[in-house]
Design a binder for this molecule. Sequence first.
Ligand code: BG6
Length: 308
Amino acid sequence: VTFSEDNSRVVAELPTGESVQVLLHGATVISWKDASGDEKLWLSDAAKLDGSKAVRGGIPVVFPVFGTAPTHPQTKGLPQHGFARTSRWEFLGKSTSESAADDKASASNEPTVKLDFGLSSGSPGLDPVARAHWPFRFNLIYSVTLNPSSLTTSIVATNDGAESFECQVLMHTYLRVNDITKVEIQGLSNAFYTDKVDAGAVKTQTSTPFTIAGETDRVYTPAKEEGVEEEAAVTVAEQGRPKYRVTRDNLSNVVVWNPWTDKAQGMADFEPKDGFRKMLCVEPGAVGAWQAVEAGDAFEGAQTITLL
Ligand code: BG6
C-alpha cells in the first residue's frame, strides 16, 4: 500500500491501483478512484478544501444533527449538519493487509487499507461552535476502509461524559454518475419517506426503480425485513447497468438528494452549475429519530459502497 500524509490530507493507494484521499478538515473523503483512475465521488470545482467551509462533495460526515433542529434543546444552537464536517480531525493511523482472509465478508486475498480519524470534545481542531453549543464530552472515531471493489466508512460516537446526549449521524456521500437522467435507484420499494421538497409530506415509494427528474430531497426509512439482520441495500444503476450498491450497518435511513438547477445555482460552492447532472447523494444515516447515547455508551454505524 502506498501512503502519504501531509498537514491537510491522507492519501492511500492499494497495490492493485485503487486510491482514496481524505482531508483532515471534516475527515472528508474527497476522492475514491478505481484501478483505472476513474473517480467514484463527485467533488465541486468550487469546493473549499482549506477548512473555511464544509466540503461541497466527497463524503462529509454529519454529526450530531442532520439539517437543523430548532426545537431540539441539545442541538438547536448548531449549524446545519453539525460540526463534524467543519472540524479538523486528527489522523490516528492506518492498518493494512494484503489478505482479507480474516474478514468473512471477503474470502479472497484482497488488499485493504483502513485509515482512522478522531475528533473529541478535547480536540484542538474542534469547531468552536461545538464548544459554544454542544457541551458534551464525546469521542468520535471515523474509519475509512478501501478494498479493490468497495469503500467502507464507519463511525463510533462515544459518550465520555456523565450525562446522556442525543445525536444524529449521517454520511453525506456524493456519488459520481455520468448522466443523472439515466440513473435509476433500486431497493427502496415501499419505503416511507419524508419529502423535503413537498413541505415534509410523508409518502411511500411506490414506483421502483425510480429516476431523478428534478430537485429531490427525501429522507427514506426502508422497512427492515422480518428476521433479517441486515438493512436492505440501495442500488444505483445507470443506463440499465448496476453501478453502486450502498449497504448500511445500524443506519436506518437513506437520504436521496439532488439539488437540480435552481438549488445548484444558489450554492456559491457548487461548480460547475450543471454539475448536478454528474452527482447523486445517497446518504446512509440515523436521522429519522434521535439516538440516545448514555454516559459511557457509544453509537456505531457504517456504510459500504460496492462497485458493481
Ligand atoms: C442533504 C439535505 O442531506 O444535504 C438537504 O437533505 C441539504 O436538505 C443538503 O440541502 C446539502 O446541505 P448543505 O448544508 O451541505 O448545503
